[in-house]
Design a protein around this ligand. Structure first.
Ligand code: ATP
Length: 905
């Protein structure tokens, strides 16, 4: 740490104090040592939650408190009755509480580790100089003394003192609130200066808007300026997602309802029977508590996070990296995808095929980045002469590099480096000394470089032409007349209409030290092919079938954009709207255009933002891609900001919710597909769990109210006869339900998932229809269970001759099986349960486990004592299972009607 403030100390002294040579950087060993000493470069306000707290958290739930109360009551009753043998109920409930906590804990840990894995995949990186070489390191590993190499679009990883800066401007709004980007300058300052004016410093959490620079890290982690703003840090708390809110609301609603029902049941029991022993009282109390516990879907949030976490892991394997779990909901609802063209819909493999000059055209052969794999195909000597200047100029105004493994940097620029040797030019563009650069960005659409003697510019030809006063001809430069301009505009239009990406190149003499981008000489134009991605076409069709509109929003020429969009089948309209045309529209015109036009070209990042806003105004859920630093606001504003993993800047990756590891449009569509599948699966397990709970509530409620009709208690009898025991209810709820629910969370997607329209994001997932189905299925379950009990008992609707224990065991078994059958129902609201019945192994595994557990609880003596069961004969099993299966048949019937109605509609 430097002794005095680094901004009033000169860069050399700061570096010396930090023990680093800014030309070489730290050694790997020294960096590792410093990392151990200073700790990771992270802003962490809160300590990580210790394990014991996470475990304890599993018990911090009103329902678990209820169960504790139940255990205490059972224990007290056992004590009052003389304390013989063991307090079975207390132990059983205790074990169930433990099992449930273990399940919850493991679900949460899995979800957490998935989130952590994602975080490491999306971790910010910084470019540093170490051991004299440029290296990419995770920003968390930056240490004081590290030499940062800053470039446009970088997220500044730590506080650092600038050593050099070229046209460096940094957006510091997150730190200073100043929305205008500040210009940086390494010169030493004097006196005490406010944070926003420390021009020779860059700060963690800010973003490089333009230019390049090097800086020595002076502070990391909590020692940075960002680290000192405490309230910023607490903002990391996640907002609740709509789905979470809905699930929480439903849980609360059910909770209140169920407590009322439980009280009613307990009251009814107390009125119907004379409660004269402690045992009776305990039975009733325990039943009430268990009913409340059973009916509240308390496991839902944990299962929800786990299912989202598993889904997000699958997405990551498919190159779609989500930054947080809950954006998956939004992803599934996407109705418009705004995609740029270059790299996303095209391959971003740029080859210069034609060079156009005033003296004619030169055609080059070869595709890809191998300069040896091509040469001049055709062109007159005069054209060749001028073409060399064009390509040479483009190779000088260039920041890409070619090496044995391929290219480093922008493919558009690399195309010039590949074309240059093909023209057998003796001059070496790399040998020139560069004095200054005005970098490219998608607002300016051009870049320039100042060498000792010349200025070279390249850029969108229509933009560049406006900067030119002269035109290069075989006879030397001539005035760039209106006639020339018209002719060139035609040439560019014509090339673009053929799908070529065009770049103009211009040059001029250096006038002093200033890089002036005006009064240049127009040298010519190159035509680059960038073939469409083969998979994009199929993906576009898939999106179309799924009711998702795709807009192409590109910085490229309108004709190029339109041609590529037409080739890909993205648009059927006859032209693309340019940024210039957009600017001429009023608010209403813009709004109307956005609903109709599919292709936008020569737009700036500001247009993107407006397009997103207009689409959202009409209720669209918008996914928007972006790669440059200026795209960040549009990405933030979109419902799903999509950043490019390969070519994207750190700033866009920070602003995005989805990062494409392969920069591919098809991956967005695949991600939406998956997002829809995950959302569907959430609906499936909600339907399953809610109807299971409903079945339990209906069984107990009507079992108590209709006890005499069912033969559960003889008229006038004073013995309390419960349809199910408290522990049995807990068993069903906590042991047999979770497996199928989780399995449904990973159910393979329905085959027509990408044939439906996008979901309305405002519509609740648990809608009226779901409630109706839950009630219906719950009623069938309750009826089947109670009838099973009735069949075995003397009296009631059907005459039987078995004991209450046998009847109850059969009813208990029927209810468990009804739920297992219902797992197959819940997979679709209209498709038969037999449709693709075997394609979810997890579901079968969980159902088989459920069956095994039920066989165990009915037959194992220990469990018989614990759960009040008794062995059933084969015939009795058969009756229970047959009764349970009615839930399947009833739903099948409903689905037949539904399918018929659907066909009619
Ligand atoms: P997309 O927006 O789909 O990614 P794009 O790459 O064409 O497409 P921009 O990067 O905004 O969009 O580029 C706009 C125009 O600027 C291009 O059509 C090209 O003429 C020109 N251009 C692109 N890259 C460079 C560069 N490195 N140097 C100079 N000009 C460039």
């Amino acid at each position: 740490m430097p002794h005095s403030e680094p901004y009033i100390t000169d860069a050399a002294s700061v570096s010396a104090e930090l023990g680093v040579d800014p030309e070489v950087g730290l050694s790997a060993a020294s960096a590792a040592e410093r990392l151990a000493e200073h700790g990771p470069n992270e802003l962490r306000a809160k300590k990580p939650v210790p394990l014991w707290r996470k475990i304890l958290k599993q018990f911090q739930d009103p329902l678990v408190y209820l169960l504790f109360v139940a255990m205490a009551i059972a224990l007290a009753a056992w004590w009052a009755e003389g304390g013989e043998s063991v307090p079975v109920d207390t132990i059983v409930i205790g074990l169930i509480v433990l099992a449930n906590a273990a399940l919850g804990f493991s679900q949460e840990s899995r979800a957490e580790s998935a989130v952590a894995a994602l975080a490491s995949m999306t971790a910010a990186t910084s470019t540093v100089l170490r051991d004299g070489r440029q290296a990419q390191v995770p920003s968390a590993e930056l240490v004081p003394g590290d030499v940062l190499l800053l470039a446009e679009g970088d997220a500044v990883g730590a506080d650092a003192r600038l050593v050099t800066a070229t046209s460096l401007t940094v957006q510091e709004a997150s730190l200073t609130g100043e929305s205008e980007a500040s210009t940086k300058d390494p010169r030493t300052l004097e006196g005490t200066i406010a944070l926003g004016d420390r021009a020779n410093m860059v700060f963690k959490g800010t973003a490089v808007v333009q230019g390049v620079g090097t800086a020595v890290v002076t502070a990391t982690g909590m020692d940075t300026e960002m680290g000192s703003i405490a309230d910023m840090l607490d903002r990391t708390e996640q907002e609740e997602s709509p789905l979470e809110t809905e699930v929480a609301r439903v849980s609360r609603l059910l909770g209140a309802l169920v407590v009322a029902i439980a009280l009613l049941v307990m009251g009814t029991l107390a009125v119907l029977y004379r409660v004269d022993s402690a045992e009776d009282l305990v039975d009733i109390l325990l039943l009430g508590v268990s009913l409340a516990v059973a009916a509240v879907p308390e496991g839902l949030p944990a299962i929800l996070s786990l299912v989202l976490a598993i889904g997000v892991q699958h997405l990551a394997r498919r190159n779609a990296i989500m930054k947080n779990l809950h954006s998956v909901e939004t992803l599934g609802a996407a109705s418009v995808i705004c995609s740029d063209k270059t790299g996303t819909l095209t391959r971003n493999e740029m080859t210069i095929q034609r060079v156009l000059t005033d003296a004619g055209e030169v055609k080059l052969s070869g595709v890809g980045y191998d300069p040896a794999a091509g040469g001049v195909e055709s062109g007159s000597e005069a054209a060749l002469e001028l073409a060399r200047d064009v390509v040479f100029g483009g190779a000088v105004a260039n920041n890409a590099q070619l090496d044995a493994d391929g290219i480093i940097g922008d493919p558009t620029e690399a195309a010039f480096l590949v074309a240059w040797p093909k023209l057998a030019d003796e001059r070496d563009p790399g040998a020139l000394h560069r004095r200054a650069e005005v970098p490219f960005n998608s607002d300016r659409k051009m870049m320039s470089v100042l060498t000792d003697t010349h200025v070279f510019s390249k850029g969108a030809p229509d933009v560049l032409a406006q900067r030119c006063a002269r035109l290069q001809t075989a006879a030397g430069p001539v005035e760039f007349s209106a006639e020339h301009r018209r002719k060139w505009a035609e040439v560019i239009e014509d090339l673009s209409a053929q799908g070529y990406r065009t770049l103009g190149v211009a040059g001029g003499d250096a006038a002093g030290d200033e890089l002036v981008e005006d009064g240049l000489t127009f040298l010519g134009v190159v035509a680059i092919i960038d073939p469409p991605r083969t998979e994009a076409m199929a993906a576009l069709q898939q999106a179309h079938d799924a009711g998702i509109r795709t807009l192409m929003i590109t910085g490229d020429h309108p004709a190029t954009a339109h041609k590529i969009a037409t080739d890909l089948g993205l648009t059927k309209t006859d032209h693309a709207l340019s940024g210039l045309e957009l600017d001429q529209l009023d608010e209403e015109g813009f709004r109307a255009a956005v609903q109709e036009v599919d292709v936008y070209a020569r737009v700036t990042p500001a247009h993107k933002l407006r397009i997103v806003d207009m689409l959202q105004e009409k209720g669209a859920v918008v996914a928007m891609t972006g790669d440059g630093v200026n795209d960040a606001p549009a990405l933030k504003s979109a419902d799903i900001g999509v950043a490019m993993g390969i070519t994207g800047t750190e700033v866009t990756k920070e602003a995005a919710t989805l990062i494409l590891a392969d920069d591919n449009y098809a991956t967005i569509v695949a991600a939406v597909d998956r997002g829809r599948g995950i959302f569907d699966n959430i609906a499936k397990f909600l339907r399953y769990l809610l109807s299971s709970n409903m079945g339990e509530v209906i069984t107990v409620f009507f079992g108590v109210v209709l006890a005499t009709w069912l033969g559960l208690s003889q008229p006038g009898s004073e013995e309390v006869a419960l349809p199910l025991l408290a522990t049995q209810i807990l068993w069903i709820n906590l042991v047999t339900d979770s497996g199928p629910a989780l399995a449904m969370g990973v159910d393979p997607a329905d085959e027509d998932i990408m044939k439906r329209r996008p979901r309305d994001p405002k519509k609740p997932i648990i809608d009226r229809d779901m409630w109706k189905r839950v009630l219906f299925v719950g009623s069938i379950m309750g009826a089947a269970t109670l009838l099973t009990i009735d069949i075995f008992l003397p009296g009631g609707f059907v005459e039987g001759h078995h004991t209450l224990d046998t009847a109850r065991t059969a009813g208990f078994t029927a209810l468990v099986f009804a739920q297992l059958f219902n797992a197959f129902n819940a997979r679709s609201t209209f498709r038969s349960a037999f449709h693709r019945m075997f394609n979810n192994h997890w579901l079968w595994a969980s159902v088989l486990l459920g069956i095994a557990l039920q066989v165990a609880v009915v037959n194992l003596p220990v469990l018989q004592t614990a759960f009040g069961t008794t062995a059933l004969s084969l015939e009795q099993w058969f009756v229970a299972i047959a009764m349970a299966s009615t839930v399947l048949w009833a739903e099948e019937l409903v689905k037949v009607v539904r399918r018929a109605r659907r066909r009619e509609a």
